[in-house]
Write a protein that binds this ligand. Sequence first.
Ligand code: BGP
Length: 460
Amino acid sequence: MTKFTNDFLWGASTSAYQVEGAWNEGGKEPSVQDVRTPFTNTSDFKVASDHFHHFKEDIALFKELGLKAYRFSIAWTRIMPYGKVNREGIKFYNDLINELIENNIEPIPTVFHFDLPMRLHESGGWNNRKTIDEFVEYCKVLFDNFGDRIRFWQTINEQNMLVFASKALSGKPKTWKEVFQANHHMLVAQAKAMGVYHKGKYGGKIGPAPNIACVYPKTEKPEDMLAAEYMTSFRNWLFLDAAVYGVYNHKAMRILKSLNAIPEITKEDRKILKENTADFIAFNYYNSMTVSASNGKDQQGVDQQSGFSIKGFFRSEKNNHLRTTEFSEWPIDPVGLRVTANQIYDRYHLPLIITENGLGQEDILTEEGTIHDDYRINYLETHIEQLELAIDDGVELFGYCPWSAIDLISTHEGFRKRYGFVYVNRTDFDLKDLKRYKKDSFYWYQSVIENNGLQAKENK
Ligand code: BGP
């Protein structure tokens, strides 16, 4: 018997700057992602998978895959280039949303996924309080134009990773103080946008989409447990407590104090946070974390998923019980997904949807046009098994959208690191014909969706 409800949203994910391309078409303003120097040996984001021009063909493939939902992001720079509403941008997303609906695929948009308009970046980005108003205005345009067809809006993708990997995602290193002031402005912007949405009675639900990872203590030492608790508060609950309860987490505050990074929070900000909270929680999960008590050295992580350490509180450790991915050695931990989903549900009692989870790996296109990605099938299958168990535990889970629906450019590791169910024929520096091919994982996921879950092992 399947554990998943009949209306469970089996989906898949992408984000605008990683998949769309057409970086300077349709009246679009460049975003920080369009203009930043690409990481060594990786493509820029100018063409990506050219989804902007191929979206109908891609949605036809999503329909064949059987997707019930498509989680994508809207490019702020298409909708409000240089601060003005752009009809062409609105038309593009109207066409995309309508095409999805005509194919019985639920559109689940993210308002902001790492691609701040360049103009705002140059005037201080999220450190400038004015960005809050720009964001809220942009959200209102989205709600007014698309709100009649959207049931689930996500505000900001992985705000916590934007904070902890600010170098990778926005170009230049900042002090902790600057980073957490920017973070505070994002929290206020998110709360204001949720308020505008609720007040406007658009009829759907709205929530945040952070990256949440459970944190294990390296040993049974009480100090390691405390370290795990501190990291959990700092990496996870700081963001969700603000979005769901409208408060700053006390242990995260303790760390911010020691980093001399407590943001300026006005009385009005506190009120806004408290009065405007989330209806559901979307979260991305790739791996768990493991920490021990701090050894007094402060080291930063290298990318958005890898561990990091905070002097006096916790130190990231390798978990010797887990295999790791080929790229960047992220721990592979399906049970961690069950733990994470339970922790979130325990704490907030809101419906959950997983908006990213997946394996980035190089794929080989054979001469017959096939891609044998059994490693990806294995990754996803073991994670879905744990979701079934989480549902058994009582977690209210209404959707699962693996990353990614189609190959796209990794945040910092280029096109070589592929995640899709659909292969896109290009490399980092050769655009080839951008032809789409179905991977083995495509047919596998198609049958998962058809069965509304994994088939019992003995029937396979
Ligand atoms: C998340 C981001 C995605 C995506 C994914 C995979 O942090 O929300 O945009 O990039 O991670 O990470 P990467 O592309 O670095 O492999």
